[in-house]
Design a protein around this ligand. Structure first.
Ligand code: HEC
Length: 152
């Protein structure tokens, strides 16, 4: 009886663990989707294919900055169980072995987004183009080392 109770307790902990893994992967993918949504909208402005204003660009850059600031939280829980509960991750497990490097790449994005925000507030399209280009480079700088191909 006593053994049974302990076993049930262990099972409950395991279930809680996998639910967390699933939420952890979803949370970081949701954060990345929020980032890419803003990047696409700003990209359209820069290409002259949007009715949005420089104020919108500044607001969106501010959102990217905030998302970047939250990266440590959504990735920092060390949940790197792959493909939990049908959610497929492309995060490389090496993130958690190289945490300070990964974190720095997140800070680079945050700084680049902050620069874009200030530049957009200035209203100079050419300068915004440059700052936007510099910010999008920070995406690849992290994806290249720290993303793996999505498991089928
Ligand atoms: C510090 C590292 C880092 C930076 C910087 C970064 N990403 Fe990511 N990104 C990741 C990781 C890791 C994943 C994989 C997450 C997963 O599947 O668990 C990812 C996933 C994504 C995804 C796929 C999300 C999904 O639904 O599977 C998109 C889109 C994305 N990133 C866009 C961007 C854009 C745009 C930028 C730059 C503005 C950016 N990322 C900057 C690390 C980063």
């Amino acid at each position: 009886m006593r053994f049974g109770v302990i076993a049930a307790g262990v099972a409950a902990v395991m279930i809680a663990g996998s639910a967390m893994a699933h939420e952890g992967v979803e949370a970081r993918q949701k954060l990345m989707k929020s980032i890419v949504g803003n990047v696409k909208a700003i990209g359209a402005v820069v290409k002259g294919q949007s009715t949005e204003s420089m104020a919108d660009v500044a607001r969106r850059a501010g959102e990217i900055k905030m998302d970047a600031d939250n990266m440590g939280g959504v990735f920092g829980d060390q949940v790197h169980v792959e493909n939990a509960n049908g959610v497929r991750t492309t995060a490389s497990p090496t993130i958690w072995a190289n945490w300070s490097d990964f974190f720095k790449l997140g800070q680079d994005m945050e700084a680049a987004a902050a620069t874009l925000q200030v530049t957009a507030a200035g209203g100079d399209m050419e300068a915004v183009k440059g700052a936007f280009g510099a910010m999008t480079k920070t995406c690849g700088a992290c994806h290249k080392p720290y993303r793996v191909k999505k498991a089928k």
